[in-house]
Ligand binder design. Structure first.
Ligand code: SF4
Length: 219
């Protein structure tokens, strides 16, 4: 049975087995030692790679090893450290405002509920989902560029679906207890296998049932 005719739930089941085989212990690739370091790293990861974020946060958190130090840092110095990841001035402002808000409103800790988190500067739904699932085991599926691409290629959703629809559809196909795990696995699968450019279809076990691959092969 090929991808275009196989039922979605069967494609999902095969995909979940494959993800568990490829990534039995999935984890976020952003480096952090403290809760706020993860939050800041996720905010900084917009429009850049985790690898680049890790390079700048190693410098940032060594030079400014506490929230208080981040708040009192010179903005131009923070921006200079963040320069390699793009939109560095805006991100530097976010870093300082987040540090300030955590100290003022949350005793220096990252809040564990989506509505409080999403009130913080630079924090949207995707960031909040990533942070909550990593720090607090909160069931969430953050839809980043990798998750969206893989979901569309495997036709778990429509091409025209926006990220909130993709998220809602993924919440229906996966068991809630697995949401965070599947999110991490799909990020890794998109990053290392089902890449945006030149996906590694030849070695992919989904090839036989992947609608995207089958469409490509017909061309
Ligand atoms: S066959 Fe290719 S396009 Fe389909 S899931 Fe695998 S890597 Fe992605």
């Amino acid at each position: 049975m090929i991808g275009s005719t196989m039922k979605k739930e069967n494609r999902v089941k095969l995909f979940e087995d494959y993800l568990d085989e490829l990534f039995p212990n999935p984890r976020c690739e952003l480096e952090y030692n403290k809760d706020y370091e993860l939050l800041i790293a996720v905010v900084l990861s917009a429009q850049t790679t985790d690898k680049r974020v890790n390079q700048v946060t190693r410098v940032l958190f060594e030079r400014y090893p506490s929230l208080e130090a981040l708040v009192t840092a010179r903005l131009d110095d923070v921006a200079d450290i963040l320069r390699p990841i793009g939109t560095f001035l805006k991100k530097a402002v976010f870093v300082q405002k987040i540090a300030e808000a955590l100290l003022e409103n949350y005793h220096g800790h990252v809040p564990n509920d989506p509505s409080s988190l999403q009130k913080l500067p630079g924090v949207g739904r995707k960031t909040s989902n990533v942070v909550l699932s990593n720090l607090y085991d909160y069931p969430a599926i953050a839809v980043d560029t990798h998750v969206e691409r893989v979901s569309k290629r495997l036709r778990f959703c429509r091409q025209s679906d926006d990220v909130s629809v993709v998220e809602a559809k993924l919440q229906k196909v996966y068991a809630k207890k697995n949401w965070a795990r599947r999110h991490h696995q799909m990020v890794l699968f998109g990053r290392y296998h089902c890449k945006a450019v030149k996906p590694e279809c030849d070695g992919c076990k989904m090839r036989g049932i992947c609608p995207y691959y089958q469409k490509l092969s017909k061309k």
